[in-house]
Design a protein around this ligand. Structure first.
Ligand SMILES: *[C@@H]1O[C@H](CO)[C@@H](O)[C@H](O)[C@H]1NC(C)=O
Ligand SMILES: *[C@@H]1O[C@H](CO)[C@@H](O)[C@H](O)[C@H]1NC(C)=O
Ligand SMILES: *[C@@H]1O[C@H](CO)[C@@H](O)[C@H](O)[C@H]1NC(C)=O
Ligand SMILES: *[C@@H]1O[C@H](CO)[C@@H](O)[C@H](O)[C@H]1NC(C)=O
Length: 277
């Protein structure tokens, strides 16, 4: 296919995503992008529902300046209690996600349970640490029973295999082929996914209140960014990008102003020191 034809086919795919959403009585989605006329600076103009993307004062992602974070002795260990669960791999056009079919488990944030619903990836990372951007960022999206969102983010650099991605490597290939063939969101059942890697103990994380990093940029999302940068191979990072159209392979929203927010720090070693006092 020539580039022009590819663009038209892609526009049709997006149009059908819109219709599918309307049929499901979900919010009507206007497709946003990461550059040009639908890029992050224009999101609020695309749909009145997206106005927080420019008006919001507590937006995500942010840069985490390690010299400005505040140790908060009130923060608790990030207790994540997940079990293996069936999942479906989805390419929704702007990112690749893994949706869990049933109750996979919870994270405890400020004494409140949030259930893990899905995980998805952004490349390069959306959050930066001391200005450093990493090749990939994983978002684990959790919801509470009263509709509040808590996202746990993991940053990745290139290195060894990531055990979560190893499990869906075959389906990532399928979702890639599907993206070329079909004219709608690709859904590939994955079977049971082991969640051990997602609940690995963390002894340091950053906490702040922010937003969804995609329209409608809804605020009051509680973010927990794990301080330990994990590893995946270059091939794994490429496999996450391959199913996406060229214009969505960089699906990283620029960092947003902090606007007086202070990023809080949880550090296990300091907790231990307190206890021994
Ligand atoms: C996954 O789905 C299969 C087929 O529906 C079912 O037999 C199995 O019990 C499920 N496993 C889990 C852990 O939910
Ligand atoms: C959170 O969920 C876990 C596992 O389902 C449960 O054991 C725990 O009691 C819950 N905690 C709160 C505060 O609801
Ligand atoms: C977000 O939280 C603030 C402060 O807790 C509250 O005033 C505001 O109404 C919340 N916004 C939404 C959309 O829930
Ligand atoms: C991707 O987009 C971000 C934010 O718009 C930009 O800062 C970055 O330079 C881009 N990265 C690549 C590899 O194109």
């Amino acid at each position: 296919m020539t580039m022009a034809v590819k663009k038209i086919v892609f526009a049709l795919i997006l149009a059908s995503v819109l219709v599918a959403d309307a049929d499901n009585n979900e919010h009507e989605r206007v497709m946003f992008g990461y550059g040009g006329p639908t890029g992050p600076e224009k999101w609020a103009n695309l749909n009145p529902d997206y106005e927080l993307c420019s008006k919001g004062q507590h937006q995500s992602p942010i840069n985490i300046d390690e010299n400005e974070v505040a140790y908060n002795p009130g923060l608790e260990a990030l207790e994540r209690d997940y079990v293996p669960a069936n999942a479906t791999l989805v390419n929704n056009g702007y990112h690749v996600a893994l949706l869990f079919d049933n109750n996979v488990g919870t994270v405890l944030v400020d004494g409140k349970n949030y259930s893990l619903k899905s995980v998805h990836w952004h490349s390069p990372s959306e959050h930066t640490i001391d200005g450093e951007r990493f090749p990939v960022e994983l978002h684990m999206v959790h919801m509470s029973d009263d509709g509040k969102a808590a996202v746990v983010a993991i940053l990745y650099q290139y290195g060894r295999h990531d055990p979560l991605l190893v499990q869906i490597q075959k389906q990532l290939k399928e979702v890639d082929e599907e993206a070329c063939r079909r004219d709608e969101e690709a859904h590939i059942p994955v079977g049971v996914v082991q969640t051990r890697a997602l609940k690995r103990h963390t002894n340091k994380y950053y906490r702040y209140s922010g937003s969804l990093t995609t329209p409608p940029c809804t605020e009051n999302v509680t973010w927990s960014i794990l301080a330990k940068v994990r590893e995946m191979t270059k091939e794994q990072a490429a496999a996450l990008q391959a199913p996406l159209h060229q214009e969505y392979r960089n699906n990283s929203r620029p960092t947003q102003p902090l606007n007086h927010r202070v990023v809080q720090l949880y550090r296990e070693s300091d907790k231990h020191d307190e206890k021994s006092l």
